[in-house]
Design a protein around this ligand. Structure first.
Ligand code: DC
Length: 234
């Protein structure tokens, strides 16, 4: 088996930049696998809550995460997350998990643990028997372009203005971007990014990482920009 898949695309960016939607669409278009690393932190959080682990106890959280029986489904048309046989796709998006995930993702030992799982998931796509049959993977999330896959063929920081990101999340969560839903969304988007930026850097592009600003772009347009970047690197 080759040591690495034929193509690795790494996409990072703040909440509401569209990185999940864009990454899935790009993976679908190119016949690649898709890895949502944020879902892994969410799964770890769900697992700790499910197991009754005190999230304030870093060592207990690490011990639980080490034993977490996690299975990430990497088909971009139907990405899935299973823990101990439970389909937790919906459970990891609840406000309870969303409100707690930064505590888990801020634990540096947990990050080291999940980082290895993320690298393994990328490497696995080198196999002809893997979902992508060796074609490769689009992996998205914090640290992907710099720490997890700094050798990716294409590294992108997907950004958008704070106003654009807030409006998108408000429409997603509340169905509208009026003043009350914008206010309710602010803590989720701006607040969480602030907490997360204590342990990861995703607001500025590192050397060799291309910034794509999606503030004025539709999803289709953003996907096209990413696809042409991939094309130019092949
Ligand atoms: O992208 P998301 O909202 O599903 O991410 C969930 C949380 O995990 C968020 O607080 C950022 C964090 N995260 C991280 O620290 N490292 C990653 N590679 C992905 C997500």
């Amino acid at each position: 088996m080759p040591e690495r898949p034929a193509l690795v695309v790494a996409i990072d960016g703040p909440s509401g930049s569209g990185k999940s939607t864009v990454s899935r669409r790009v993976a679908q278009d190119l016949g690649l696998a898709y890895l949502d690393t944020g879902a892994m932190y969410r799964a770890a959080t769900w697992w700790c809550l499910h197991e009754g682990v005190d999230l304030g106890d870093g060592a207990a959280v690490l011990a639980a995460v080490r034993l977490m029986p996690l299975e990430m489904g990497v088909d971009p048309t139907a990405p899935s997350v299973h823990v101990d046989g439970h389909d937790v796709g919906a459970a990891i998006r609840t406000p309870e998990v969303t409100g707690a995930v930064s505590t888990v993702s801020g634990n540096l030992d947990v990050r080291a643990e999940l980082r290895e799982l993320q690298r393994a998931a990328i490497r696995d796509q080198a196999s002809p028997r893997a979902f992508s049959a060796g074609r490769g993977i689009v992996a998205e999330g914090r640290d992907i372009t710099t720490v997890i896959a700094p050798d990716a063929d294409v590294r992108i920081l997907l950004t958008a203005s704070e106003a654009a990101r807030l409006a998108r999340r408000a429409r997603e969560v509340h169905g509208a971007a009026d003043s009350s839903s914008l206010a309710a969304t602010r803590a989720l988007v701006v607040g969480r990014d602030k907490v997360d930026s204590a342990v990861t850097s995703f607001l500025e592009a590192a050397d060799g990482v291309v910034t794509v600003d999606s503030s004025e772009l539709t999803i289709d347009e953003t996907v096209d920009v990413v696809l042409s970047l991939v094309e130019s690197r092949r």
